[in-house]
Design a protein around this ligand. Structure first.
Ligand SMILES: Cc1cc2nc3c(=O)[nH]c(=O)nc-3n(C[C@H](O)[C@H](O)[C@H](O)COP(=O)(O)O)c2cc1C
Ligand code: SF4
Ligand code: SF4
Length: 434
């Protein structure tokens, strides 16, 4: 079995699977059970400043979206940071860390955006023996209205300022957790780096309303007839998170900045994708809330078997896909493919036909007996049919070899690469050549 132990900004853990700051890491009871189940680390549920704790709603705090099989695809929440007293959390953190020295324990923090508030809480956390802090600049509801969370995370200058305060005050590694509710994720990541952050973690939840109750005419979850926007997480947000992780991993300004990948990790495969795009570890919330702590066992076993099958180590996987993340104008326009339907797998549902005929390129023929066939002379290889077909691998994209004639264009497929930057239809390419 591949060795999954890893070091993230000097914090070691037996595997790269950490629980994200959220209800699963809210208290000692949970975190001990999470470690027993096999989690490599946790980020403790966000602590606020000393004094009266925040108050959560006393009604439903979750909304959801489901797939047709009722599998949870997205979870929306209006929960705040911890509503337990600071001293209780600190006491529990100290006890847990003492008993589980080999596991990572990072403490998430969110206090008012003043130097005194940040400098007051850091020594208290340091005293617990915790491995590091994560600055929660991401929470999009409840706390942002009070000038914290994503209200800070949306202003790069504030991120830089607070990160600098933290690094000046504390010896602990500092991870800055980013909000996805921003246009260009590279800007807050750059600010975190400028402030001295040891790493960034992303994503926190995505601003959302998951549903509207059509009897009450109010967003869900509804509390006494009213609803508020919440934060979306779970499998639905994974594509957003992967893109943002990749943007930071490949940007010249932030390349090499350690990244903790968060957002929809449910299986070992999801984790492997984050790692391949440059994350040094992953954090998980919704999958643990949906399937329980033992879900980590499938993740560690699966990742280990995958690494063994590829004959690579964990370090070889991290960032392996980053060089292949490109911009559109650099994609090879000479790579020509065609869709192929496997008649043995086809169940004649006709979805590919409807999709291509009505909304794509009229490149699928429906023959007598509901036999479906691709017309190469019309197929642009858009892949829509592959995605709407209910049978996995029934339609595949097959690349034409160099030298073959594309029946759609009548042109021979070239072995050379050619992208938009050099294409004759690109006026900028012509100017560059002149
Ligand atoms: C109910 C709930 C509460 C959360 N509370 C916090 C929090 O206190 N601090 C924080 O940084 N993130 C919080 N999060 C966000 C998660 O840590 C994580 O960033 C997000 O859920 C995406 O990961 P996932 O798709 O694996 O759930 C919370 C998420 C949920 C569902
Ligand atoms: S790849 Fe696109 S164009 Fe080709 S058959 Fe499928 S849907 Fe039609
Ligand atoms: S969508 Fe798939 S299964 Fe349905 S007709 Fe097309 S190829 Fe066959």
């Amino acid at each position: 079995m591949a060795d999954l132990s890893c070091d993230f900004v000097g914090i070691s853990s037996p595997n790269p699977f950490w629980l994200a700051s959220a209800p699963p890491t809210d208290k000692e009871y949970n975190v001990r059970r999470a470690y027993e189940a096999g989690w490599g680390g946790v980020v403790w549920k966000t602590l606020g400043e000393a004094g009266p704790p925040v108050v959560n709603v006393n009604g439903p705090r979750y909304g959801a979206i489901w797939g047709a099989d009722r599998r949870l695809l997205g979870l929306n929440n209006i929960e705040l940071i911890t509503d337990r007293p600071l001293e209780v959390n600190l006491r529990e953190i100290k006890a847990v860390k003492r008993d589980w020295p080999d596991r990572a324990l990072v403490v998430s923090l969110m206090v008012p955006c003043t130097e005194e508030a940040w400098k007051a809480i850091l020594p208290l956390v340091e005293e617990t023996g915790a491995d590091g802090v994560e600055l929660n600049f991401g929470c999009p509801h409840g706390m942002s209205e009070r000038g914290m969370g994503s209200a800070v995370g949306q202003v790069p200058d504030y991120i830089e300022m607070v990160t600098r305060w933290v690094k000046q005050t504390s010896r602990m590694p500092c991870i800055v957790k980013l909000t996805p509710n921003i246009t260009d994720i590279r800007k807050p990541a750059e600010a975190a780096k400028r402030g001295g952050a040891d790493a960034v973690s992303l994503i926190n939840t995505v601003n959302s309303i998951t549903a509207v109750d059509l009897d009450l005419f109010a967003p869900e979850p509804t509390i006494d007839g009213k609803g508020a926007h919440g934060g979306l997480c779970g499998p639905a947000v994974k594509p957003i998170a992967l893109n943002m992780v990749a943007e930071i991993a490949r940007s010249p300004e932030t390349r090499g900045l350690p990244i903790s990948g968060i957002g929809g990790v449910t299986t070992w495969r999801d984790a492997a994708e984050f790692l391949a795009l440059g994350a040094g570890n992953v954090q998980v919330c919704t999958a643990a809330m949906t399937y329980g702590f033992k879900v980590v066992q499938e993740m560690t076993r699966g990742l280990s078997e995958y690494l063994d099958s590829k004959e690579i180590g964990l370090g070889d996987l991290i960032g392996r896909a980053v060089p292949n993340v490109s911009d559109w104008q650099h994609l090879n326009l000479n790579a020509v493919s065609k869709a192929r339907i496997d008649p043995d797998l086809c169940i004649s549902c006709g979805r590919c036909y409807a999709a291509c005929e009505d909304t794509s390129h009229q490149a699928i023929a429906m023959l007598p007996g509901r036999v479906f066939e691709v017309k190469d002379e019309d197929c642009v290889a858009c892949n829509l049919c592959v995605n709407v077909c209910p049978v996995e691998s029934c339609i595949t994209m097959v690349r034409l070899p160099a030298g073959a004639v594309d029946p759609r264009t009548g042109l021979q497929v070239s072995a050379d690469r050619a992208d938009w930057t050099r294409h004759p239809n690109n006026p900028m390419a012509q100017q560059a050549a002149e």
